[in-house]
Design a protein around this ligand. Structure first.
Ligand code: SAH
Ligand code: ZN
Ligand code: ZN
Ligand code: ZN
Ligand code: ZN
Length: 420
């Protein structure tokens, strides 16, 4: 889909020529597209780019993959193979071609219903950054949105949530929640029909399946027969908040347009799952959102795991435009309700009388600094040189430019906490 227009900035000021680069790949190694904004592109280069794009299309279309799946499920267990190298379900006629590849045999129906377990997570940090929800967090999210009365979930970059919903829907008769997955990972087209999965880029709101896919999404957002919709998204943390916000606003607009009576000034309900240090960036674009204290945990992320030994606190939170008091967090996992703030908070998050709110962002008990007039991390001390609170062994000279990723001062893009 369309590239994004970038500008280099220094001390908040734009400088130099602006350029277009790939919206989805934040690493030039993954996609080398680069073009100056004011550059004249020769016919030859244009043709070369088109040829490159053509030769990088997926081998099968979504339609073909749906047909292949239908044939695949008709096969006896002994003939169901999955090529791990190509990440592809194989039909017997194709075995030959993959003979020197590693493959899995006897693919069961249960395995087909949990593609996120079958496929390996695409962990490359700067493009897919596929970090899958731990079962506990996924179950929590699903129960939460069911309790809130939602019956349709637009899953944007949340394949595991989608999968949990799909598999419950096929197993339990009274389970009446539906999900549509929008994701850039085309491997999922092998397991879901065009009504269940759209190949989508959330950094530029591009539907690879064109108008038909867009229409699928639009239809899904129609709240017929009172089935309320919520969007749940868990984007790669290295992603530009601005680009994501642009796309999410487009999806919200799509939802608003589907309603004939008009949703008045309501927004499409949304859960945006993202690290707490992006709070101010998200609120810049969505002032109606608030951050919940719930810590979202992941299966394949060494740092963002809850429980077990040497428990690490996950920095990942839920941002939502729903009324915070409605988001009930589990007491058995250490959350409590603050009657003043009217929301659930971490047990360590103490209500500060001066700020008049529960101020901790990371679940630890924060302390109030009278000079800064706000609560700060427990490990921070007020530095009279810098005139603000910081780690005791910080160096007093200020970093001059903000981080290119999160916009905060004090570190460069390469050292951004969102990437570690
Ligand atoms: N925790 C989620 C997965 C989040 S990982 C779960 O368990 O369901 C981020 C997801 O966003 C991945 O599925 C990845 O494929 C998808 N993604 C990455 N870049 C994307 C893009 N540009 N557009 C759409 N989806 C993208
Ligand atoms: Zn293969
Ligand atoms: Zn409080
Ligand atoms: Zn305070
Ligand atoms: Zn201070």
């Amino acid at each position: 889909g369309p590239a994004l227009l970038f500008a280099k900035t220094s001390q908040g000021k734009e400088e130099g020529r602006r350029f277009y680069a790939c919206s989805a790949c934040r690493d030039r190694k993954d996609c080398n597209f680069f073009q100056w904004e004011d550059e004249k592109v020769s016919e030859t280069r244009l043709a070369a780019r088109e040829e490159y794009n053509r030769s990088h299309q997926p081998f099968f279309t979504h339609r073909q993959n749906v047909d292949r799946y239908k044939n695949f499920v008709l096969l006896p267990l002994s003939k169901r193979r999955f090529c791990q190298e190509c990440q592809q379900l194989l039909l017997p006629a194709e075995w030959e071609k993959h003979s020197d590849h590693q493959f899995l045999c006897d693919i069961t129906t249960a395995q087909l219903k949990s593609p996120s377990q079958l496929l390996y997570p695409l962990e490359n940090k700067k493009t897919n950054a596929q970090y899958l929800f731990a079962d506990r967090s996924c179950q929590f999210l699903l129960n939460l949105l069911i309790d809130l009365g939602f019956r349709r979930v637009l899953s944007v970059g949340t394949p595991r949530l989608h999968e949990m919903i799909q598999s419950k829907a096929s197993q339990e008769e009274e389970f009446n929640v539906r999900s549509l997955l929008l994701d850039i990972d085309f491997r999922y087209s092998q397991f879901y029909t065009e009504d269940e999965f759209c190949h989508y880029n959330m950094f530029n709101h591009h539907f690879f399946g064109g108008e038909a896919a867009r229409e699928t999404c639009r239809k899904f957002l129609c709240e017929e027969s009172g089935e309320r919709v919520i969007m749940v998204t868990d984007p790669p943390f290295g992603g530009l908040v601005e680009a994501l916000a642009f796309s999410f606003k487009k999806l919200m607009a799509m939802w608003r347009e589907t309603d004939k009576e008009g949703h008045d000034n309501r927004e499409m309900p949304m859960f945006w799952i993202f690290p707490y240090f992006f709070e101010s960036r998200i609120l810049d674009f969505f002032p109606s959102f608030s951050m919940m204290d719930y810590q979202v945990d992941y299966d394949n992320h060494a740092l963002y795991k809850h429980g077990k030994t040497g428990r690490k606190q996950s920095p990942v939170r839920i941002f939502t435009n729903l009324t915070p008091s409605m988001i009930v967090l589990p007491e058995e996992e250490g959350y409590r309700f603050c009657t003043v703030c009217q929301r659930y908070v971490s047990s360590g998050n103490q209500h500060c009388e001066i700020c008049n709110s529960c101020t901790s962002k990371d679940g630890r008990r924060w302390k109030h600094c009278v000079l800064c007039k706000k609560c700060v991390k427990p490990s921070w001390f007020h530095c009279n040189n810098c005139n603000c609170c910081a780690l005791q062994k910080h160096s007093c000279e200020k970093a001059d430019t903000g981080c290119f990723l999160c916009g905060k001062a004090g570190h460069k893009r390469s050292a951004c906490p969102s990437l570690s």
